[in-house]
Structures are given as structure tokens and as C-alpha cells.
Design a protein around this ligand. Structure first.
Ligand code: URA
Length: 428
């Protein structure tokens, strides 16, 4: 077996690493036999020299096998998953999971906590009193068997090597390396044993991959790596150059998701939900039309499924019957300074602002889940002088946030409205 020094020297020279080398790096990360210096050198060499498709899939497999693999498909044939690379106002999982379950396509999602300017699905769902997202394999199985769906957080036993490597990537400026992102995402996602995954790769100012070409490349890499690991996958590349839906912020996104399930969701959220639903149905070999999914929403079945699932995972039934979700009390408005068209929304900045305002004691302190943003206009909309563009809801007045908020919207003389679905990568 090669030493860390030999493996690092090969990658530094741009040579491909073999399965044994990648397995050695991953076990070194899990059991501590590779020092931080050695792992950091690997990450930097991989970020600069790249990892080819074979190396990416071997690294993913080794990272996935560094922890528990649930193999849920052995008990729930046809179980699917959906993964989003994250954005501002992205509450699609909350609507899509019960919709798939209502369509009798079993779905499992392990979701994350907030990262940078994006709020985590897990943090949003914890707004629901009593809901427990710490799932063991057995609890997950029980939830899917009884309600058709399960949503949980990735526990410490899932892909532990990723935990160490991810923390180091954050310190070594290697977070945005495509093969390292692919291995990180898939090592956790595929550990559940879902047979197929639909990816929603976001692009635009509020996405991690702001450049469309990079997002498309990531989408291809995710789909190809899944295929190399015998999982079916497809991807949508969707626009994140403005917040998705009317509301952003923990409580109000849950409220909007419930509104979507009641058949009264914003057009953009429902468009992404229905497109991903059709992709998942295709991947699960039970193709369905958009109309079928619309019927599941309009009949109330998707909303009922959500309530049954949430109750199964501990949510308070009385709260679910009459959810009470309000934004924080101090409203700040942003009005157009002149007439024209809404031409740019600083979405990443809005996400950062929401993250900071909802964590008044810092990232590890308590979460103010009621901090929220309401978008009143969309990119390309004509606006008149003094027309309302957006509202921000804070716990108390804070001039620093108010100024930053108002600087996030730009009016121009020309209308620019980006397409919501930017690209599609069909199953490999
Ligand atoms: N999400 C992950 O889990 N890993 C990454 O590298 C990026 C997003």
C-alpha cells in the first residue's frame, strides 16, 4: 500500500489515484491516521489537479462506506430521494416529499442544516412543535412504511469521513471543487440506499454555483457519478437569481409550503415541485403527467400525507390541524426609487442578511425562526416609483439590516426575466 507521501506526490503531479489510494485517504480521514496536514494537501491537490470521473466515483464510494449504509431499497423497493444544492426561499422538499408519497412513490430525504446564506430544511421543519428529525434506520423504515415518506438529518454515523473533510475544505479554500462537492453530497445521499435521485442544482446569485456553466457541469457530474454507483439519477438546473416563492425565512417558508400543499402556492415554487415530481416518477418507472400531481394537491391528499408523516415523526397533532406561523413583528419595506423594471436582486446578500438576523447570538446561538422576507415583485416586473418591492420582518428595528436590505434591489430601463428551469440532465 502506498504511503500518504506517495499518494500526495502522485496527485500533485496530476496523475490519477487508484481505488486503494482513495480508500486509504478516506480511512485515514475517518480513523485519524492521516494528519490534518496530509488531508489538507490532498484536498488542495484534488482541487487544483481535479479528479476524473473514475476517481470521483471511487472517492464517493469510499466516503459513503466510511459509515452506516442503510440499504433501504432492500426493504422499500423503488424508494427515491431528491437533493437540492440550496438557495434562498427553497422550500421545495417540504412540498415534494408528501406529493411523491401521495403518488405512492416512497421517498426518503436526509436534509442538512443551514450553510452560509442558505437555511437548512431541517432547521425550517423544526419550527413544527414536536417534530423529531433524528432518525435511525428503523424509524425511517417505519415512517416510510406507514406514510410513504421520511425526512431526517444525516446522523454522525452517516459518511463520517465527509464531516472531517468538509471541515477542512472550509479552512483550505477547497469548498468549491466540483469532484469534492460531488463526493460530499453523494456520500451522504446514497448512504440511505435510495434507488434513484432527482437533483435540483441551483444557479444564479443566490446559489453556491452562481455561474450557469458550473451548475450544469455539477449536475452532469452528480448524474454520472450516481450511474457509476448503480443509482438512477437526473437533474434540473434551476434559477436562483431571486428568492424562490413569496416568503423566505424558517417559519414563513413552512407556512408557504403548507399553502402550496393546499393548492395555493406561488407559481415558481409549484413549477419546480411539479418538474421534479415528474422526474422522480420517471426515475421510479411510473411516469405521471403534471395533471396527476396537480390533482393530488387539489384533492387535499398531499396535505393530508404531510400531516400524517409529521405526526408519525412526533409533531403535535393539534398544531398540525391549525398551524400558527407568523413573521417577526418589525416590518421594514423597500420601495422602488424610480420607475422601470426590477432588474437585479442581490439574493446571496438577502440570504446572508436573513441568516444573520435570525441568529442574533451568532451561528451557534438560538434561532429566531420568525425573521422573514416577503418578495412582492419578481425580476422583469414593471414597477412604478415608490411601488413596494419587498418587506423584511425583524424582531426589532436595526438600521444596519434595513440599509443592507434596501440596497439589494435594482431597477433598470429594460426587463430581464431569467428562465426558471435553466437546463435538464436526463438519466444517464
Ligand atoms: N453540500 C454538501 O453536503 N457538500 C458540499 O460540498 C456542498 C453542499
Amino acid at each position: 500500500m502506498s504511503s500518504p507521501y506517495q499518494i500526495l506526490a502522485r496527485k500533485r503531479r496530476g496523475l490519477s489515484l487508484g481505488a486503494d489510494d482513495l480508500a486509504a485517504i478516506v480511512s485515514g480521514a475517518s480513523d485519524g491516521t492521516w494528519s490534518e496536514a496530509e488531508l489538507a494537501a490532498f484536498l488542495m491537490a484534488a482541487a487544483i489537479r481535479g479528479l476524473d470521473q473514475e476517481e470521483t466515483h471511487r472517492l464517493t464510494l469510499a466516503m459513503m462506506q466510511s459509515g452506516d449504509c442503510w440499504d433501504l431499497a432492500s426493504d422499500i423497493p423503488g424508494v427515491v430521494d431528491k437533493h437540492s444544492t440550496g438557495g434562498v426561499g427553497d422550500k421545495v422538499s417540504l412540498v415534494l416529499a408528501p406529493l411523491m408519497a401521495a403518488a405512492r412513490i416512497p421517498i426518503i430525504m436526509l436534509t442538512g442544516r443551514g450553510l452560509g446564506h442558505t437555511a437548512g430544511t431541517a432547521d425550517k421543519l423544526e419550527v413544527i412543535p414536536g417534530l423529531d428529525l433524528e432518525l435511525s434506520r428503523a424509524r425511517c423504515l417505519e415512517a416510510v412504511e406507514q406514510t410513504g415518506m421520511a425526512i431526517g438529518v444525516a446522523t454522525a454515523d452517516i459518511a463520517p469521513a465527509d464531516r472531517r473533510l468538509y471541515a477542512l475544505r472550509d479552512r483550505t479554500a477547497t469548498v468549491d471543487s466540483l469532484p469534492l462537492i460531488v463526493a460530499s453530497i453523494l456520500s451522504k445521499n446514497l448512504a440511505t440506499g435510495a434507488e434513484a435521485v432527482a437533483f435540483d442544482v441551483k444557479t444564479g446569485d443566490g446559489a453556491f454555483m452562481s455561474q450557469p456553466e458550473e451548475a450544469v457541469e455539477l449536475a452532469h457530474r452528480l448524474v454520472e457519478t450516481c450511474a457509476a454507483l448503480d443509482r438512477r439519477a437526473s437533474a434540473l438546473v434551476t434559477d436562483m437569481s431571486q428568492p424562490l416563492g413569496d416568503w423566505s425565512g424558517h417559519s414563513m417558508e413552512v407556512s408557504e409550503a403548507l399553502q402550496c400543499l393546499a393548492g395555493d402556492g406561488p407559481r415558481d415554487v409549484m413549477e419546480v415541485v411539479f418538474e421534479l415530481a415528474m422526474d422522480l416518477a420517471q426515475l421510479a418507472d411510473s411516469p405521471a403527467r403534471r395533471r396527476d400531481f396537480e390533482d393530488l394537491v387539489n384533492s387535499g391528499l398531499a396535505r393530508e400525507t404531510f400531516a400524517r408523516w409529521a405526526e408519525m415523526q412526533g409533531a403535535d397533532a393539534q398544531w398540525l390541524a391549525a398551524p400558527t406561523l407568523e413573521p417577526a413583528p418589525h416590518e421594514v419595506v423597500c420601495e422602488a426609487s424610480c420607475g422601470g423594471y426590477l432588474s437585479h436582486v442581490a439574493t446571496r446578500e438577502l440570504g446572508l442578511l436573513l441568516a444573520e438576523a435570525s441568529h442574533p447570538e451568532g451561528a451557534l446561538g438560538t434561532l429566531d425562526e420568525q425573521v422573514a422576507l416577503r418578495s412582492e415583485t419578481r425580476l422583469g416586473d414593471p414597477v412604478e416609483e415608490a411601488q413596494l418591492l419587498a418587506r423584511l420582518y425583524l424582531r426589532r428595528p436595526d438600521p444596519r439590516f434595513e440599509e443592507r436590505f434596501r440596497a439589494c434591489f435594482t431597477i433598470a430601463d429594460e426587463a430581464v426575466a431569467p428562465a426558471l428551469i435553466r437546463d435538464r440532465i436526463a438519466a444517464a
